[in-house]
Design a protein around this ligand. Sequence first.
Ligand code: 13P
Length: 343
Amino acid sequence: MFERELAATAAAMVAPGKGILAIDESSGTIKKRFDTIGVESNVENRRAYRDLLITPEGLGQYISGMILYDETIKQATTSGTPFPAALQKAGILTGIKVDAGAKDLATATGEQVTEGLDGLRERLAEYKKLGATFAKWRAVINIGKEIPSDYCIHVNVHALARYAALCQEAGIVPIVEPEVIMDGAHTVERCFDVTEHTLHALFHELHRQRVTAEHLVLKASMVISGKSCPQQAGVQQVADATVQCLKRTVPSAVPGIVFLSGGQSDELATAHLNAMNAGNADLPWPLSFSYGRALQAPALKVWKGQPGNVAAAQKALFQRAKLNSAACFGRYKPEMEKEAAAA
Ligand code: 13P
């Protein structure tokens, strides 16, 4: 029913040189971020911080869309413009996180399943009225001794597909996000196997539930060494492994793939994306970013909750977005970090 609208939104989300900014931290997660800078997490501070991220002049050159949280999509800028309207004016699409978070999976120690399907059709209709054109659902796949189980992968991709089908029915492009978590001592090879298995299961299930590949965006985790693995794969190895894994599993009909940063430093997340794009001119899909922490970290540090720091924090976000845009073309160089800092 919404074919043309869905195709246009998906194309805009992964337009050349543009990526997505995730500012959809739940109340629990944003409190953790604010704790690192000594700022209280209350409604007004959360609004002020999201205002800072939404309103930098010219950010739409590099950012195609922002993923908001339920509280945020109903808030407004300091001058009273609802956030979705402010984004639209800046040429940026409004997205919305619609899952209700990952909960412990019954009888499966160390594994989780993402909840939030109840009432989702009605919530999507409400978000669409508020201006959302795309949505996000994140599944969590942990790596450990004998996990992930097939049970965990199955229930998570099943929920992702149910969510994606409801989104497409509503004319909203689903970002489908199966995050293979970086925590642990596993090797890059183990991450490859788990990611490959998960993505195969995901696209099989999406097909089974009549989800149209052309009308979704995949948000993938990179194939990377576990955070505490003694042998850390280098930038080129991560780029090669990630591209190989995606080529094996993601249909070429998918309009684009964006990455989460997942706890990588901001500079490393940019370097990885750049290496993938620099070495691969012939991929079937654009590879871009949908970072939360790796885009926000410098801005959060500069802001510290002080209104007087807003302009400097916005500049920090703008620079990070610009460098990641360069990485979408394979044109990023580490020296650009110094130039950006001096600017
Ligand atoms: P990070 O880039 O901080 O991993 O967050 C992206 C995101 O939206 C995870 O769902």
